[in-house]
Ligand binder design. Structure first.
Ligand code: ATP
Length: 462
């Protein structure tokens, strides 16, 4: 059942995202293109911060992780070997014979009795109301394209980043001599011709993934699987998601991807319902074995202890960047009324406000610097000086002297800036500034240097 409050929340998030330069509809001036979204300045910064934090946590801070950035276009044979061109990567589609609209087969509506129960499985078209006149098909989600001037070479826009990792397994083993267990990580775009893109950036036709293929010995897969479960929770905590909004789903065999022997989905309470945010899959040796068979290259690892060649098994933690952005926006969106903690001379009105309670590490702007009054050149100059010094240490900061201070605070609250610095008359005398906390509205006075080091410490990536 649809919850009106949640629907309204979604509308508010989409509207704020547009108003404040996070996310715009793709090709908007031409009426859009379904399933595409463009990120604006704040969205790019948020997404980059998320990706950088992920990279730091899962790649740079570890000794067992190797990076790749594989081409989006790959040899057609890759997708035969991986099973994507066959039945493995299709979604059922239901097509109404009357209006010809298409619906995701796992999401179709059945006719209900007056008391709301499905009595008979009569399919009813959501668009034109036609009953039980439809056909079903399996629809492959890959975007096909042609390569070269002759257009004779078939290729696909990759539907997952994972295969770019598997085809480089041998290159990494030969060039880097990794010791098992080890992982190969990649962040990049993936494309799926989704039958029904919807729910803002949740289900799009072009999106970004952060993926790891972690190669292990077969008999250790369960331990590694559990360790990755824990690491994924640490990640979600690091970006500010709350445990109460996250739910593990042990995916039953009938719903698992063709390559998986065990999958746990991390579902998140989005405003439109509980849906998959991330996945953790045990892919066995499915991919390496299949690529060995199809390419003729041996994709094995020489185990020095056992003195034998083995095909590693794979644990795959996968993270959608765009779904992360939406989960983070949903968690951070807050409405409140600032209370009496605001001092009389701060210029901050007591009123309802909206703010994004981003963790400083992912906030697109870490701090904003204002002059108390914009018509006092000496205050503006001092604020600029503070801003210039701060920017040397923390690049994601901004200067704002537009409108009155109250309006500037509201703007910063809406983009989730953790703190704002105001240069006032006292700053001219003693080089102290006021620093206002986004969540409480409380202010403290401290030296410029103290303010800079506080902002720097808080903004450090995890
Ligand atoms: P769903 O069941 O929601 O279609 P999936 O199980 O097919 O998702 P995976 O193949 O496991 O998704 O993809 C890995 C991750 O990529 C997902 O956990 C999700 O975060 C992200 N993702 C997948 N499809 C989309 C999409 N169409 N738009 C945005 N992100 C996506």
């Amino acid at each position: 059942m649809k919850d009106e409050k949640q629907e309204l929340l979604m509308e508010k998030i989409v509207s704020l995202a547009k108003r404040r330069g996070f996310v715009f509809q793709g090709s908007e001036i031409y009426g859009g293109l379904a399933g595409t979204w463009d990120y604006g300045p704040r969205g790019v910064a948020l997404k980059n911060n998320i990706k950088n934090l992920w990279w730091r946590m899962f790649v740079e801070s570890r000794d067992d992780m190797y990076a790749v950035d594989a081409a989006i276009l790959m040899n057609e044979k890759v997708w035969k070997a991986s099973g994507h061109t066959g039945a493995g990567f299709t979604d059922p589609v239901v097509i109404c014979n009357k209006c010809k609209n298409r619906f995701r087969g796992d999401n179709v509506k059945f006719k209900k009795d007056d008391d709301g129960k499905i009595s008979e499985r009569v399919w009813i078209c959501e668009k034109c109301g036609t009953e039980n006149d439809f056909e079903t098909k399996q629809f492959n989600l890959m975007f096909e394209t042609k390569v070269g001037a002759e257009g004779t070479i078939k290729s696909y826009l990759r539907p997952e980043t994972a295969q770019g990792i598997f085809v480089n397994f041998k290159n990494i083993v030969d060039s880097m001599n990794p010791k098992l267990p080890f992982g190969i990580a990649q962040i990049g775009k993936a494309f799926r011709n989704e039958i029904a893109p919807r729910d803002f950036v949740f289900r799009t036709r072009e999106f970004e993934q952060m993926e790891i293929e972690y190669f292990v010995k077969e008999d250790t897969w369960e331990d590694h699987f559990n360790e990755w479960l824990g690491r994924m929770y640490s990640w979600m905590e690091a970006i500010g998601l709350q445990k109460k909004d996250i739910h593990e789903l042990d995916v039953p065999e009938s719903d698992r991807a063709h390559y998986s022997k065990k999958t746990v989905d991390f579902e998140f309470d989005f405003p439109f319902g509980r849906k998959e945010l991330y996945g953790l899959a045990y892919r066995t040796d499915f991919d390496l074995k299949n690529h060995t068979e199809h390419s003729g290259e041996s994709l094995t690892y020489f185990d020095n202890e056992a003195k034998e060649h083995l095909t590693p098994h794979v644990i795959e933690p996968t993270f959608g960047v765009d779904r992360t952005v939406l989960a983070v926006l949903t968690s951070a969106y807050t409405e409140d009324e600032l209370g009496g903690s605001v001092s009389a001379d701060s210029g901050e009105p007591k009123e309802k406000r909206v703010y994004l309670a981003f963790k400083p590490s992912i906030a697109p702007v870490k701090a904003a610097v204002f002059p108390l009054l914009k018509n006092k050149p000496e205050l503006v100059a001092k604020a600029r000086e503070v801003y210039t010094e701060l920017k040397k240490h923390v690049p994601q900061v901004m200067f704002d002297d537009n409108g009155n201070v109250g309006k500037r605070y509201r703007r910063q609250d809406e983009i989730g800036t953790p703190v704002t610095i105001v240069a006032d008359f006292q700053t001219l005398d003693d080089d102290t500034v006021t620093m206002r906390d986004r969540d409480t509205g409380e202010q403290e006075r401290l030296s410029i240097n103290e303010a800079i080091s506080k902002i720097k410490d808080a903004s450090m990536l995890g």
